[in-house]
Design a protein around this ligand. Sequence first.
Ligand code: AMP
Ligand code: MG
Length: 406
Amino acid sequence: MRASAYPLIDADEAAALVLDHTLVLGVERVVLADSVGRVLAEDLIAESPLPAFPSSAVDGYAVRAADGGKTLRVLGESAAGRPFEGTVAPGTAARILTGGVVPDGADSVVMVEQVSVSGEGAEVIVPASLVAGQNYHKVGDDVRAGDRILQAGAQLGPAEIGIAAATGHARVLARKRPRIALMSTGDELVEVGAAAKRGQIPDSNRWALLAALREAGAEVRVLGIAPDEAESLRRFVGDALGEADALVTSGGVSVGTHDLVKPLLESLGTVHVGRVKLKPGKPFTFATLEGGRLAFGLPGFPVSSLVTFEVFVRPALRKMQGFAKLHRPILPVRLGYDARPTADRTEYQRVTLRREGRDLVAESTGSQSSSRLLSLAGAHALVKVPAGDRVLKSGTVVDAMILGLP
Ligand code: AMP
Ligand code: MG
C-alpha cells in the first residue's frame, strides 16, 4: 500500500464540483413511445381545442332544454366516432352515446336513466326541468386552442404523454438521455452465472449499476470486466469512449497496487476528485476527459459503489437531462437507534423508515459493512451522520436522503 496523493475533499464540495463540470445535453425529437421519463425541451401548444366538438359525457338523449317535460320524436343516433348529422329541431331528440357529437340544435343531454322510452325507441319523454349545457363537454372545456399545455422543462410522465397525444403531438422535442459506458474492473470478477473458482466472485456491481443508471434515465453500454492490468484497462477504456457522454467504472480506485483507474484517468484527462470524506465511498474518483466527457471511478465494494452513485452520479445524470430538481428529497427523520459517527467522514447510514404520528423514524438496516449489499436492499433512506466523535442518541433528528417512502 502507498499513501494517496489526493486530498480528502468534503463530500458536499465534491458533489458540487461534479455538477460544475456537468453540462446539459442537447435535444432531439422523439416519438412518444421513447419519451417517457424525459424532460420536454419545448413548450407544447394546443393547435386545436379539446374537446374539438361538443361531446356527450353520458349515454342518453341530445335535446333542447326548452323541450323539458315533452314527448320527443327520436331522429337518430350519435355514437362515438359516428355523428348524427341532422339537426335537433323543437320537439325532437337524438339518441347519443358517451363521446358522441352533440348534434346541432341540441343544447342539453338527458341521461338515459332519466327518460322513458316508448314506441320501440321512436319517442322519449324527458324530465320537466332540463338545464341547457348539461351532461356534455363544450368545445375547449378542457383545453382552448392556443393554450400552452406543457412547459419546456416538464418531465414527461403518463399524464403528460397522454395530453401530448390528445393534442396531436406524435413526436416531441426532448432532452437527450446520457450515454454511459459502464465497466467493472477486477481480476477476481467472473460473469454472473459462470462457475467461480476459489477467490473469484460474480460481477454484481455491473447489474446493480446498470439498474441504477437506467433508473436515472441513462442509455448504457456495458463494456464488461476489465482486468487489473494497466495496458488492457487502457484498451478497454479507449474502445469504450467512442460515443459515450460519461464513463462509469467500479473497482480499482483505492490505494492498493492493483488499483489502476486513477492513474489511467489522470493520463486521459484531469482528476478533480480522488478521495472524499464520505463513508462508504472514500476512494470515489471524478475526472473530466477530452470533449467534456465525464468519468466516475466508483469504489468496488457494492454498497460504496451504489452510495457514491446516489451522491455523485445520479445528480449529474439529472443535470445532463435538464431536470430542474437534481437531488432526492432531504427530510428530517428521528433516529430510532444510536448512530455512531465516523471521526473524519460524513456517513450515509442505510435505514428503513416508519411513521410515528407526524414523524418519520429511522431504523438501521443492520451491519453497515460496505460489502453488505443487504444493508441497502429495502432501505428507504440514507441517513446523513455528520463526522464527529459523539454518538447521536436514539431520538436525535437528522437529515435523510429519501430513496422511497414506506
Ligand atoms: P476494489 O475497489 O477494486 O479494491 O474492490 C473492493 C472490493 O469490492 C473487493 O472485495 C472486490 O472484490 C469488490 N468488488 C469490486 N468490483 C466488484 C464488482 N464488480 N462486483 C462485486 N464486487 C466487486
Ligand atoms: Mg479491484
